[in-house]
Design a protein around this ligand. Structure first.
Ligand code: GDP
Length: 459
């Protein structure tokens, strides 16, 4: 694809700050810079070495707009692989806006969301999975999520996919030879050998697929609900967890009063605690979370922390929630261990394994570490152990791998049943295509638009 227009955008977040950056990319980037920038010490940016910061003024005719530092990164050694100019001006709203307008007046077009990164992809500097890793880096909620995204940007997933596709190509080549030269006497051996090779590819694809559940957690957070009848200590627990681990708070637009998502970092695992109004605003009787609300939440969450107050006997409300939990994704927290216990543990063990019951005091911050360890154990009980493993974090990649896994399984079964090679060839090609979806070798323009529309402007 040939891209001939030059794009420009503000690359820094809106608001007051020390520095604002305007980024220009394309064949006219340098001409635009020459038209609006006057360096202090030499005549033009041509007189400076590439990739040095040049001190000067942005001017609109005679008027000085701002004092800036300008960087010129000559393509293809730049973010987009095109000529890129970055102007570091004073932060705030006005300077950046004025300079952006000047670039547009001088021939640039306002960039779409993610268009700089899209160009890096279209110009072949990075593949699609690397481009997506850039969004994940920007959105990362914990160090661990960031680490996985960074490794994907470095090409860990791309390499894996390339190798798998290469191995499929090798099998395909043998299958094609067998189609072209169908000699009876080599057939048996060929089927056996091809089955083994294809099975080994299938196992690797399957392994990759199995990392996706954990991967999704690192990318999107483990959706966690704190449940229990009123006054058991939910908000105390929430505050205890948040106090130590708060990462990021996001308001969901339109529902500000109802739901706040709090991200907390539990041993590197981002927990997205869905805090309904009432958990924290305990004095607000009307919105106090009740048993019904608890039950509706526990269905939609990945992890439930069910709080039970041991200083009171178990009541119908506790049992109603207990009866509805999924024991595999619930940790029962026996709260208020600083007080005398009035509950019968055996009653609770009817609904949840003893391993998933932890005694705590939310008030005294006791037992919190056991909760962290338990959560970590639950998350890492899957395939993913070390950070160097390639982890599938993106649902688009997961779908593609799932398709590839099914096609390769069909190929294995076909080989075992000594089906005609033409059938095997179709399955292998499908698997190859599906994997190509991940690094962008086989994607449509529409899909690209969808992916890059998730980026911010200026990235
Ligand atoms: P919620 O309605 O479930 O959110 O419960 P709260 O967190 O508002 O707690 C209800 C009451 O129990 C408050 O007075 C808390 O101070 C108290 N509480 C919470 N956790 C503990 C605990 O571990 N020990 C004791 N003794 N009191 C607690």
């Amino acid at each position: 694809m040939f891209i001939d227009d030059t794009i420009s955008a503000i690359a820094t977040a809106p608001g007051e700050g020390g520095i604002g950056i305007i980024r220009i990319s394309g064949s006219k980037a340098v001409d635009i810079a020459k038209a609006i920038f006057k360096p202090f010490y030499k005549n033009g940016i041509d007189e400076y070495n590439a990739r040095t910061l040049i001190y000067g003024n942005i001017v609109d005719g005679e008027e000085i707009v701002d004092e800036v530092l300008l960087a010129y990164m000559k393509g293809p050694n730049s973010y987009t692989a095109e000529d890129v100019i970055e102007i570091n001006c004073h932060g705030g709203f006005i300077s950046v806006k004025k300079i952006l307008e000047l670039t547009l007046k001088n021939g640039a077009r306002l960039a779409d969301r993610g268009e700089f990164t899209k160009r890096a992809f279209l110009n072949g500097r990075i593949d699609l999975s690397q481009a997506e890793a850039i969004i994940d880096i920007i959105n990362a909620k914990t160090d661990k999520s960031h680490e996985i995204a960074q490794s994907q940007l470095e090409g860990s997933l791309s390499d894996k996919i390339k190798k798998l596709r290469h191995r499929i190509t090798e099998v395909l080549a043998q299958v094609e030879v067998a189609i072209d030269y169908p000699e009876e006497d080599i057939e048996f051996i060929t089927y056996k050998e091809l089955t083994e090779k294809t099975e080994s590819i299938r196992d690797e694809i399957r392994f990759l697929y199995n990392t996706s559940d954990t991967g999704k957690i690192f990318r999107e957070g483990l959706k966690t609900a704190i449940l229990g009848k009123p006054n058991v200590g939910k908000s105390s627990l929430m505050n205890a967890i948040l106090g130590e681990n708060r990462a990021i708070v996001t308001d969901i637009p339109g529902t500000t009063r109802d739901v706040i998502e709090e991200f907390v970092n539990i041993n590197g695992i981002p927990l997205k605690i869905v805090d309904t109004a009432g958990i924290r605003e305990t004095e607000d009787i009307v919105e106090k979370i009740g048993v019904e609300k608890s039950i509706s939440h526990l269905k939609s969450s990945d992890l439930n922390l069910l709080v039970i107050d041991i200083s009171r006997e178990l009541e119908a409300d506790d049992l109603d929630i207990l009866k509805n939990i999924d024991p595999n994704k619930t940790i029962v927290l026996l709260n208020k261990i600083d007080l005398e216990s009035k509950i019968d543990l055996k009653e609770i063990e009817k609904y949840v394994d003893n391993e998933n019951i932890i005694s705590i005091s939310a008030l005294k911050h006791e037992g919190l570490n056991s909760i962290h360890q338990k959560i970590e154990k639950m998350v890492f009980s899957g395939e993913v152990q070390s950070s160097s493993d390639v982890v599938i974090t993106n649902s688009r990649h997961k779908d593609a791998i799932y398709k590839a896994m099914n096609s390769i399984e069909d190929a294995v079964n076909g080989l075992k049943d000594t089906l005609p090679y033409d059938f095997i060839e179709v399955d292998l090609k499908d698997a190859w295509d599906s994997l190509g979806y991940i690094n962008g070798d086989t994607v449509s323009e529409d899909l690209l638009d969808t992916i890059f529309s998730n980026f911010c402007i200026g990235k």
